[in-house]
Design a protein around this ligand. Structure first.
Ligand code: CP
Ligand code: NVA
Length: 304
């Protein structure tokens, strides 16, 4: 296992399987109220440059469940907000805490933290990837379908950070992925290249109807990610026709299931009916953030 978890490709298929198995075990322990204080005495610093509900709560509660402690740190309140450099901040944090989770505007910020920290650094979302989200998504898909290899995933909407991590995870687990994005909103070329290098089967198509036709899982996310707010008008225009709604689901199998990392903007990328409907796995997906991240923390912090 590498020191850091910045990209979903920082773990291999075997490590991913181990994390998922551990997450399932932890989920059962928690449901039965059985204590599992595996990380007693460990501290996680969580640095946020952007807003968060799920990532903040799930990491903080996760550390607490494991007998450790999490510190919420906003860059506006840290000296980094007044110009202290990342190098020194990373070295300082390494003397106090056992791991660092960072949500940053730029992926390179997290990489710079990782280069200078002697402790594990976890990507809590960047402009390029959202690997912790995708751990939970993969866990949710496996929980529902029983296995991953050979499943067909359809991404409908913006080729953003969540989409990039899903493409890589699909390649890692043997799932085929069809991506339907409007022109100009395709996923990162570098990510597509990386996924193909490890044998990923990726179909890029414009039509959401074609993408979902034989899909087992449909995944979507906001059309306006944090930082894209200034492009709202043009984005709403570009993404017209890409809503995951009842009409789109009518073109997919009855057994198809829908994921969305949240926050959702109902009436934009997804309809309220779909998110609340029987084909939605969204609320299990939310919960699985907690279990998957606890398993990740154990893997990073409890080296044999
Ligand atoms: N899905 C997700 O990462 O949510 P938050 O932005 O609320 O953390
Ligand atoms: N793509 C979204 C994900 C939010 C969890 C964003 O970056 O804002």
């Amino acid at each position: 296992m590498k020191k850091d978890f910045i990209s979903i490709l920082d773990i291999n298929e075997e490590e991913l399987e181990g994390i998922l198995d551990e997450a399932v075990r932890l989920k059962a322990l928690r449901a039965q109220g059985i204590p599992h204080e595996i990380l007693k005495g460990k501290n996680l610093a969580m640095i946020f440059e952007k807003s968060s509900t799920r990532t903040h709560i799930s990491f903080e509660v996760g550390m607490n469940d494991l007998g450790g402690h999490a510190l919420f740190l906003n860059t506006r309140d840290l000296q980094i907000g007044r110009g202290e450099n990342i190098r020194d901040t990373a070295r300082v944090a390494s003397r106090y805490v056992s791991a660092l989770m960072i949500r940053a505007n730029r992926h390179s910020t997290i990489e710079e933290f990782a280069r200078n920290a002697t402790i594990p650094v976890i990507n809590g979302l960047s402009d390029l990837e959202h690997p912790c989200q995708i751990l939970a998504d993969i866990m949710t898909i496996k929980e529902h379908f029983g296995s991953l290899a050979g499943l067909r995933v359809a991404w409908v909407g913006d080729g953003n950070n969540v989409c990039n991590s899903l493409i890589l995870a699909s390649a890692l687990t043997g799932m085929e992925i069809s991506i339907a994005c409007p022109k100009g909103y395709s996923p990162s070329k570098k990510i597509l290249r990386q996924a193909k290098e490890i044998g990923g089967i990726i179909r890029s198509i414009r039509s959401p109807y074609d993408a979902v036709r034989d899909a087992d899982v449909i995944v979507t996310d906001t059309w306006i990610s944090m930082g894209d707010e200034g492009e709202r008008v043009e984005r709403l225009k570009a993404f017209k026709g890409y809503t995951v709604d009842e009409a789109l689901l009518g073109h997919a199998s009855e057994d198809v299931r829908v994921l969305h990392c949240l926050p959702a903007h109902t009436g934009e990328e997804i309809s309220n009916g779909v998110i609340e409907g029987e084909q939605s796995l969204v609320w299990d997906e939310v919960e699985n953030r907690l279990h998957a991240q606890k398993a990740l923390l154990i893997k990073l912090l409890k080296k044999e």
